[in-house]
Write a new protein. Sequence first.
Length: 78
Amino acid sequence: MANEHSYFVRPVSGVWHVTWNDAPDLIGSYSCQAEAQAIAEMMARHMRVQGKTAKVEVFEPEQRRATWGRSIVNHVAA
């Protein structure tokens, strides 16, 4: 068993997939990047506790925006 683990977070058809070491097996599919990344980070932490190396790679990270500006514009327009 490999001592190095890589977890990949990728957008696929409107959802975020988490995979491991480029294996074809899907760990999970999540509706938002933050949730998928949190799962990948949790699994990487678990491997590190066991003395193995682990990293998380996020492909095409979402740009985070403040939501308060959007809600103010919506209220003014209404």
